[in-house]
Design a protein around this ligand. Structure first.
Ligand code: AMP
Length: 414
């Protein structure tokens, strides 16, 4: 995060309001560096990974510019801005970001991806859109069938260009670019800059600003990370067990769903631990209040969903607990980045049941290091897990309140 505000960067009020609702208190470094140049119409070469806030860095200026030139409404079958992304998931995510940030602007956008029927996409395009987000293959199909005209698209974004080329989209991308006007603003983002990406950047960008931000994984190194292999049904008991240790002084627990956040928070509350839930079903006021209580130390535990936790900037978080593992590895990096802020050390504990093994693998692939296995395998082992099964396996009664921690650090697996 940076010291500047979105207003300092020239972001207009309707966008600021949407960002406040998302709890984005200040711009990320790539946003602070890119937004003023993009609002001034410059081309941009961004070397940045996902997790840096790059989506908002390009989406906000696009929304703002298109809203300012409302007179230039897109004609039938036309788009005013085009964002190309390599995968369906990323395209959908960008579409969601546009909806979120642009909610007070009344601009039209649509997402065009393969693997689904094209008819609804053709219908959406026929009315004309302000922003078109697309994967290259399907877009080229629709261009060739005459359903989209790109001659009036004045802004082009290529997101994750290196992945786009890895996936063999280079020819499609080149063809699409020839359908765009020469006079346009172009942005290219890529996590890496191999020669073929640099060549493409050279071809499509004019005198670009170059911005490079270091990947978020650097923060990850400061966080001590452990995983507990545990059955889904034993997670609540494990959580309460861990929270018995006062060293877990200020804890964020992440759940996958809003409903899950409520349930877990209730359970923690029943164990006599002060807690608040934070999720998108709560009003803005209720969210602010929950956060304020957590920040002030009146609630020791905050149970949150990924979306609600975006932008939470609370100092002194001692532990992040992933009650459920996120299916997007980048979300894991975000979650654990809530601890170990401002040079402090932090601890992240993840609960992994048998259905989450693939998520764990994805996370370890992204962070490039295996998580330390914590806990007592006997009490929290995977697979069918009942006190009876435990007794059978170990010949001992499962100690119910066995301490999982010593000095705030998990015991190593036996
Ligand atoms: P991206 O790198 O675009 O995938 O963004 C990574 C995550 O950061 C997303 O979950 C965004 O919602 C979130 N995000 C982007 N900008 C900010 C900001 N200024 N403050 C807090 N969260 C942000």
């Amino acid at each position: 995060m940076t010291d500047t505000s979105f207003a300092d960067l020239g972001v207009t009020e309707p966008l600021q309001r949407a960002l406040q609702a998302e709890n984005y208190t200040s711009p990320t470094p790539i946003q602070a560096q890119a937004i003023p140049h993009l609002l001034a119409g410059k081309d941009l070469l961004g070397v940045a990974q996902t997790g840096t806030g790059k989506t908002a860095a390009f989406t906000l200026p696009i929304l703002q510019q298109l809203a300012a030139n409302r007179g230039e409404r897109a004609g039938r079958g036309a788009a005013r801005a085009l964002i190309l992304a390599p995968t369906r998931e990323l395209a959908i995510q960008i579409g969601d970001a546009i909806r979120t940030y642009g909610r007070h602007l009344n601009l039209r956008h649509t997402v065009v991806v393969g693997g689904v029927g094209q008819q609804p996409q053709v219908r959406a395009l026929s009315r004309g859109v302000d922003i078109l987000v697309a994967t290259p293959g399907r877009l080229l199909d629709l261009v060739n069938q005459g359903h989209v005209r790109l001659k009036s698209a004045s802004i082009l974004v290529l997101d994750e260009a290196d992945r786009m080329l890895d996936m063999g989209f280079i020819r499609d991308v080149r063809k699409i670019i020839t359908a765009l006007p020469r006079d346009r603003q172009s942005l290219l983002f890529s996590a890496t800059m191999p020669a073929d990406v640099a060549r493409l950047a050279n071809e499509i960008l004019r005198d670009p600003i170059r911005i490079e931000v270091s990947p978020k994984t650097i923060t990850v190194d400061k966080v001590e990370q452990h995983v507990y292999f545990v059955d889904a049904v034993s997670k609540r008991a494990l959580l309460i067990d861990l929270l018995r240790d006062p060293a877990l002084a200020r804890v964020i627990v992440f759940t996958r769903t809003k409903h899950g956040a409520n349930k877990v928070s209730e359970h923690v509350g029943k164990a006599g631990i002060t807690t608040e839930a934070l999720h998108g079903n709560k009003s803005q006021g209720a969210r602010q209040q929950a956060l304020a209580r957590f920040r002030a130390g009146k609630a020791r535990v905050l149970v949150a969903t990924d979306i609600a936790a975006r932008g939470i900037d609370v100092d002194g978080i001692t532990h992040v607990i992933n009650f459920e593992l996120p299916n997007e590895p980048e979300s894991y990096v975000h979650r654990i980045g809530r601890t170990a802020r401002a040079g402090a050390a932090g601890i992240a504990l993840s609960f992994c049941d048998s259905s989450e093994r693939s998520h764990l693998r994805g996370i370890e692939r992204l962070t490039k290091r295996p998580l330390g296995v914590a806990g007592d395998r006997r009490t929290h082992k995977e697979g069918p897990h009942t006190p009876q099964a435990d007794r059978k396996a170990t010949g001992k009664k499962t100690p119910r309140n066995r301490r999982q921690f010593r000095n705030g650090r998990p015991r190593r697996a036996a």
